[in-house]
Design a protein. Sequence first.
Length: 356
Amino acid sequence: MSQIEAQFRVVRDGFTLDVALSLPGEGISALFGPSGSGKTSCLRAIAGLEQLPGRLQVGDEIWQDDSRGLFVPPHRRAIGYVFQEASLFPHLSVRQNLDYGRRRLAAGVPRGDLEETAELLGIRPLLDRTPHSLSGGERQRAAIARALLCAPRLLLMDEPLAALDLKRKQEILPYLERLHQELAIPLIYVSHAPDEVARLADHLVLLNQGSVVASGPLTETLARLDLPPAFADDVGVVWTTRLAGHADDGLSQLTVPGGELWVAERREPLGTPLRCRIHARDVSLSLTRAADSSILNLLPATVEALAPADTPGHVLVRLALGPTPLLARITARSAHQLALAPGMALWAQIKAVALL
Ligand SMILES: Nc1ncnc2c1ncn2[C@@H]1O[C@H](COP(=O)(O)OP(=O)(O)OP(=O)(O)O)[C@@H](O)[C@H]1O
């Protein structure tokens, strides 16, 4: 499917939402931002649950165009919507809940396979249970399966993990990753949890106070130096690496275009894609390759740009390892002593790699 193009503008009770979104027609796009930045408002407007002034095109279908007085009502939009709390019918079994939306599809719309979808979300053994006998995570997986079975052209999820405790979140994330690999339709995922976004998203939209402050592929967007303080807390990059090999001393090697990393042993088959997050605070710089350092991950890099960091006395340095961006946060004094400037070749020392 081609792109999703959405423009909405509304002023209400002192809050202005003014967004133009251009999202890819596949993969997971995350709408990320602090509380009250307008994420849910955007999602509800895309679903048509709220009619905000604007225009919306999903692939080749126009769902809203105010200039032509066009507004497709929510029940006519082929959308699967997953809310924070799973809204299953309590008096129906999981199977009946899953079947509910499917049976209401118009004639001619291909029906998804219930058993297959249940398998994808690991809820096959639960099909004959009622929602109240399920854990929060299981309920949410059933809600996702139900949304998928409505033959959507677009899947929307509004903080689907926010109501779950850490253990349940960890339990459901692998299913979302699996969904990510299998899904042929785009998913717009609202979250204010950086870890979820880092783990799942392909495309990232950063919202702040009702406006889009950045939008683009995840890796490039996270490596921008000009993000407002609301996003500066956890600044760093996410790399999609591939498992390239194992050493006999308990380490595994990951590769990204332009670089490689050693991490504690991973047991997945070689070639498996693995995402990892590298915080800018865990990257230091040296002009020569330190031979006397205990840090294993020393990578040749080129300085691309520098900008003041959110913490006083620090700067953010954007580096390139071939085509792959990396951020380092170092003191302004060190940057001065090393005379850092764009184009300079140096060594990035990566102190910690978080595998997602
Ligand atoms: N129906 C409404 N009428 C008036 N104001 C609203 C309405 N819905 C949302 N708002 C306001 O719009 C702003 C954005 O809200 P929204 O729920 O879209 O933000 P959000 O980024 O999803 O926040 P959170 O992460 O807390 O869910 C908030 O100031 C909210 O109070």
